[in-house]
Design a protein around this ligand. Structure first.
Ligand code: BTN
Length: 246
């Protein structure tokens, strides 16, 4: 992981650069990092605020020899790697909100966006975008993000060396990815569940086709969220925004 690192100053989006590199044949483990993104993007076509020198805006290219249905597992592996890296750097243990939000004190510190190119039965490449809010102060955020976003510096009380965090993160990611390729998803699933806040709680999942409310039972071996509604019906949710009931 990280044997080829493309370090950029300003880009539209590291995802966009990664798509171009994939097209040009970039190898597994290629990393794209930028100091600033002008059009950083999040899930569901949202913008990702990516100001200069404050965060880690990075995309990782993987080329696992797996069927497309396994792609969500790679997002979950990445979430565990980010949690472990933050833990090692700060001693704080973030929580994961399915599928890919990493929270400190209930506010988002990291988002992960996974984009895949695949044919019917094989993944060709997968681009995992990781946005970590590292050294922003609250006043650096636009007004509307202040109630929901945070940074490591805000929660930890001091700034962190971004290069060090990147190094630690790549080591964690490499280890977890090798563990996954050797032993499958089960050991990762256990780790992921130990950091997840939503499991066992009552939640509402908003999908593009509507909302499902009920108890989050856990994730399947493919990383799909299972919710049991009040009639005892178990729904499998592949993509949604979830809200914890208070
Ligand atoms: C989300 O929570 O909606 C996912 C946010 C992902 C942001 C990262 S920053 C690096 C990479 N490049 C992008 O444009 N987006 C991802």
């Amino acid at each position: 992981m990280g044997r080829h690192i493309h370090s950029e100053d300003v880009v539209d989006s590291t995802q966009k650069v990664a798509h171009r590199l994939v097209f040009e044949g970039a190898s597994e483990g290629t990393i794209i990092i930028a100091e600033e993104q002008l059009s950083g993007r999040g899930r569901m076509d949202r913008k990702w605020h990516s100001p200069k020198y404050t965060g880690i805006w990075m995309s990782v290219i993987l080329r696992p020899n797996l069927p497309p249905a396994k792609a969500p597992q790679l997002t979950l592996i990445t979430a565990v790697a980010v949690v472990q890296a933050i833990e090692e750097m700060t001693g704080m243990t973030p929580e994961i909100k399915w599928p890919n939000d990493i929270l400190l004190n209930g506010k988002k510190v990291t988002g992960i966006l996974t984009e895949m190119q695949a044919d019917a039965d094989r993944i060709q490449s997968i681009i995992i975008g990781i946005g970590i809010n590292v050294n922003q102060q609250l006043e650096d955020y636009p007004e509307e993000l202040r109630p929901i976003a945070t940074s490591l510096a805000i929660e930890y009380g001091k700034k962190l060396e971004r290069a060090e965090l990147i190094k630690v993160l790549l080591v964690k990611l490499e280890k977890l990815y090798s563990l996954y390729l050797d032993q499958g998803f089960y050991p990762i699933k256990l780790l992921w569940e130990s950091y997840a806040i939503s499991i066992g709680k009552n939640i509402t999942a908003r999908t593009i086709t509507g909302s499902i409310s009920g108890q989050a039972l856990g994730i399947t071996d493919d990383g799909v969220l299972m919710i049991e509604d009040s009639h005892g019906i178990v729904h499998h949710v592949y993509s949604a925004d979830i809200e914890l009931e208070k």
